[in-house]
Design a protein around this ligand. Structure first.
Ligand SMILES: Nc1ncnc2c1ncn2[C@@H]1O[C@H](COP(=O)(O)OP(=O)(O)OP(=O)(O)O)[C@@H](O)[C@H]1O
Length: 681
C-alpha cells in the first residue's frame, strides 16, 4: 500500500470473493479496495518496519552488545539487586549444566567399564549423584532466575516511564510545537517505553541461551576436539529453521501492520463513546463491520498461510537436523570403532549436542526479538537525550512575589520551523492593578503573546521583565506559581470538579467558594450529583459530563482560585451564554482587578467587553498596531474602531460597520434584486 496516497481499485480489480488481496507473504495486495485516509499514513508505531524487514543476522549480532549494554544499564537503575541476581543465577545455571554434562560422562564411563553390573553401578553412583544434584540445582537456579527476571520487568517499566514523564513534564512548551519532536515523543511514549522491559527480558533470554550453548560447547571441547564441529553441524539446521520461522512471522507482522491498524481504527469507531452517536445517526454499523471483517479475513488467511509455510520450514529444518544427526552419529561411530573416542564420551556428546541445539534455537529467537525491541527502545533512549536538550536552562533567580510593572520589550518570537515570526517587535506595558486587553483578528498573535507573558515561551529576541527582572533569568516553575491562566484551549481534566479547580493539594474551601461564585461554576456544581466530589468524566463509573459552557466556567474558576498577582484570560467566554458572559466580564473587571488588586490580561473578540480595560493593545500579523483606551482608539478611527463598529453594527442597525458611524446593518442576505444585478453585470 502506498501511504499517504488515496487509491481506489477498479471494481473488478480485487479477488473474486471481495476479500483483500492474497499475496502469499501478506504484502500489499493488488486488489486494494480501500481509500487510505491520511491518518493511516502516520506509521509512528511501526517506524522501523523497513529496517526490520531488511535486517540481516550479521547486523543483528553486531548491534547486540550496544543493546545489551543499554538494557543492563536500565535494569541496573531499576534494581541493582534483581539485575545482579538475574545475571548471576543464569550464569550459575549454565555452570551446573556443564557440571551435569561432565558428570554424565563419568557415569557413562563407569557404566561402560568391564566388570559385574552391581560393581559398575556402584562405581557410577558418585557421578550419578553429581548429575542429579547438578540438574536439581540448575533447575532451582533457573527458576530463581525466572523469578528475579519477572521481578525486574515491572521495575524497569516504572523507571522507564518515570524517566520519560519527568523529562516531558519539564521540557520547554515550544518543543511541543515542533512536529518532529512531537512525533518522536509519541513513538517513545507509546512504543519505546513498552519495549524497555522487553529489551531487558530478551537480553536475559539471549544471555540464558548463550550460557547454555557455551556450556555445551565447553564440555564437548573438553571431551574431544572433534566434537565442536560436530555440535556446529548438528545445531545449524535447527538454528536456521528457528531463525527463518521467526523472520517469516516478523515479515508478516510488518506487512500486515497497516491493515492491523485499520482494524483497530474501525473497532475504535464502533466501540468508542465519541463516535457512538454518529455511527448510529448515519447507520454506519454494517459498513464498518464489513470493512472490519474484510481486513480480519485477510489477516486470518495470511496467518494460516504463514502457519503452513512455517510448518514447511520447520519440517525442512527437522529433516536437515535428522540428516546432520546421522552424520554426527556416523562420525561418532567411526571414532568409536577406530578407538578414537571411548563409548562414554560419545554418549555424553550426544546429550551435550541435544542440549546445545535447544540452547541455540532459543538464542536465535531471543536475538531476533531483542533486535526488534531494541530498535524501538532506541527511540526511547534518543528521545530522552533530545528531551534533555529541551529542558529550560538552569535559572539563578526566583520569580519576584509581586510586580509593579511588567514590560514586554521589542519581543520577537518564532514557532519552530516557521520563517514568519508570530510576534515581531512587540512592546507592551502592564502596571499592577490594571486590566489590559489584547485584541486583533485571528492569528494576529494574542495567544502567543499571552504565553510569553505566562512564561510558557521565551522570546527569540527582546525581553519580558517584571520590574526589571528579565524572566529569562528566572526559574520558570516559580514564575508560573505567580500567574493564573484561564486558557482558550483549557483541559477537561478527568478528575473531580474540586480537583479541576484546585489543581493541587492546597485546598482552601473559602477560596474555592469565591472562585466558583466569580466564575459561575457554583451554579454548575450545585447541579452535579455529588457536588464538588463529582468525577467529571463519563468514561468512569459515576462520572458526569459537562457542556462546553459549563467546562468554561470551571476553567475560569481554576484561574480565579489561584492566588496569583497576574491573571491571564484567553477567550474566557467563548462558550458562555450571554448572561454568564456578562457576569464573568464583570467578575474579571470589577472583583478581580479592583477588589483584590490583581492584574488582568484579557484576550477576547467580544470588544464590548474590553471597553473597561485600562489599555487596549491591537495586534495585527504579530505587531502592535494600535494602543490606548477604548475612547482613544475609537477617536483614532483605525483598526480597532473598524472591528468595534463591525461588531456593534450586528446589534445596532444604525452603526456603520466600517468606522463606527451610523449605517445599514452589516449582516445582510443578497436580495433577489442584487443577484439579478450581479448576473447582469
Ligand atoms: N503551535 C504553533 N505552531 C506554529 N505556528 C503557530 C502555533 N500556534 C500559533 N501559530 C501561528 O502563530 C500566529 C499567531 O497565532 P496566535 O494563536 O497567537 O493568534 P491569536 O491572535 O491568538 O488567534 P485567535 O484569535 O484565532 O486565537 C498564527 O499565524 C498561527 O498560525
Amino acid at each position: 500500500m502506498t501511504h499517504g496516497t488515496r487509491r481506489t481499485a477498479p471494481p473488478d480489480d480485487g479477488p473474486a470473493n471481495g476479500e483483500e488481496g492474497s499475496s502469499p507473504d501478506g504484502s500489499a495486495p493488488d486488489g486494494e479496495q480501500h481509500e487510505t485516509p491520511p491518518a493511516l499514513a502516520t506509521r509512528w508505531w511501526r517506524t522501523h518496519d523497513d529496517e526490520l524487514a531488511s535486517a540481516r543476522w550479521t547486523g543483528m549480532v553486531r548491534r547486540l552488545p550496544t543493546l545489551v549494554g543499554q538494557a543492563v544499564r536500565l535494569a541496573w537503575t531499576a534494581s541493582p539487586l534483581d539485575t545482579a541476581a538475574t545475571i548471576a543465577l543464569n550464569l550459575a545455571a549454565g555452570v551446573f549444566t556443564a557440571i551435569a554434562l561432565v558428570a554424565t560422562a563419568g557415569v557413562l564411563e563407569e557404566l561402560f567399564a568391564s566388570g559385574p553390573t552391581p560393581d559398575r553401578v556402584r562405581a557410577a553412583a558418585p557421578s550419578l549423584i553429581l548429575v542429579a544434584g547438578s540438574a536439581a540445582l540448575r533447575g532451582a537456579l533457573s527458576s530463581a532466575a525466572g523469578w528475579t527476571q519477572s521481578r525486574l520487568e515491572p521495575q524497569v517499566e516504572r523507571i522507564a516511564e518515570l524517566r520519560l514523564l519527568r523529562l516531558t513534564g519539564r521540557i520547554d512548551l515550544v518543543a511541543f510545537d515542533d512536529p518532529a519532536f512531537h512525533d518522536a515523543a509519541h513513538r517513545a511514549r507509546l512504543r519505546g517505553i513498552r519495549e524497555a522491559q522487553y529489551v531487558v527480558s530478551h537480553t536475559v533470554n539471549v544471555l540464558t541461551g548463550v550460557t547454555g550453548l557455551v556450556s555445551a560447547a565447553g564440555v564437548l571441547g573438553v571431551l574431544h576436539p572433534v566434537l565442536l564441529p560436530l555440535l556446529l553441524l548438528a545445531v545449524l539446521p535447527e538454528g536456521w529453521a528457528a531463525g527463518r520461522a521467526a523472520r517469516m512471522r516478523h515479515a508478516l507482522l510488518v506487512a500486515l501492520s497497516d491493515r492491523h491498524r485499520r482494524k483497530w481504527m474501525i473497532s475504535d469507531l464502533l466501540a468508542e463513546r465519541e463516535t457512538a452517536a454518529e455511527v448510529r445517526s448515519f447507520t454506519m454499523r454494517d459498513l464498518l463491520l464489513d470493512d472490519f471483517d474484510r481486513v480480519a479475513r485477510y489477516e486470518r488467511d495470511a496467518h494460516l498461510r504463514l502457519a503452513r509455510r512455517q510448518a514447511l520450514v520447520r519440517a525442512g529444518g527437522e529433516a536437515a537436523t535428522g540428516a546432520a544427526t546421522v552424520v554426527v552419529y556416523v562420525a561418532l561411530a567411526t571414532l568409536l570403532v577406530t578407538g578414537g573416542m571411548p563409548l562414554a564420551v560419545a554418549g555424553t556428546a550426544v546429550i551435550a549436542i541435544r542440549s546445545g541445539q535447544s540452547a541455540l534455537a532459543s538464542t536465535i529467537v531471543a536475538i531476533n526479538s531483542c533486535y526488534e525491541s531494541g530498535l524501538y527502545f532506541n527511540d526511547y533512549v534518543e528521545f530522552c537525550a533530545s528531551a534533555r536538550a529541551h529542558l529550560p536552562a538552569p535559572a539563578s533567580l526566583t520569580a519576584p512575589a509581586e510586580f509593579d510593572r511588567i514590560s514586554v520589550e521589542d519581543v520577537v518570537f518564532h514557532y519552530p520551523g516557521q520563517d514568519t515570526p508570530a510576534l515581531d517587535g512587540v512592546t507592551v506595558e502592564i502596571r499592577r492593578g490594571e486590566v489590559i486587553a489584547l485584541v486583533g483578528e485571528n492569528g494576529s498573535g494574542k495567544t502567543t503573546l499571552s504565553k510569553l507573558l505566562a512564561g510558557l515561551y521565551s522570546p527569540r529576541s527582546g525581553r519580558v521583565c517584571w520590574d526589571g527582572t528579565d524572566l529569562a533569568d528566572v526559574d520558570p516553575d516559580t514564575l508560573r506559581d505567580r500567574i493564573a491562566v484561564i486558557a482558550q484551549d483549557h483541559t477537561h481534566w478527568p478528575m473531580t470538579a474540586r480537583r479541576n479547580v484546585v489543581m493541587s493539594n492546597d485546598d482552601d474551601p473559602a477560596r474555592l467558594e469565591r472562585a466558583a461564585a466569580l466564575s459561575g461554576a457554583d451554579a454548575v456544581v450545585a447541579e452535579l450529583p455529588h457536588g464538588w466530589q463529582t468525577l467529571l468524566d463519563r468514561r468512569f463509573a459515576d462520572g458526569h459530563e459537562l457542556s462546553g459552557g459549563q467546562w468554561q466556567r470551571v476553567a475560569a474558576a481554576r484561574g480565579f482560585y489561584r492566588d496569583a498577582p497576574l491573571l491571564i484570560c484567553d477567550e474566557p467566554t467563548a462558550a458562555l451564554d450571554a448572561r454568564a458572559e456578562h457576569r464573568l466580564f464583570e467578575s474579571i473587571g470589577r472583583h478581580v482587578a479592583a477588589d483584590s488588586g490583581r492584574t488582568v490580561v484579557l484576550i477576547t473578540h467580544r470588544l464590548a467587553s474590553v471597553r473597561l480595560a485600562d489599555r487596549i493593545y491591537v495586534l495585527d500579523h504579530g505587531r502592535v498596531i494600535e494602543q490606548g483606551t477604548h475612547e482613544e482608539l475609537m477617536r483614532q478611527g483605525g483598526h480597532y474602531a473598524s472591528l468595534y463598529g463591525l461588531q456593534a453594527s450586528a446589534y445596532h442597525a444604525d452603526i456603520d460597520p466600517a468606522g463606527g458611524r451610523p449605517a445599514a446593518p452589516s449582516v445582510t442576505r443578497p436580495s433577489a434584486h442584487h443577484e439579478r444585478t450581479d448576473s447582469s453585470a
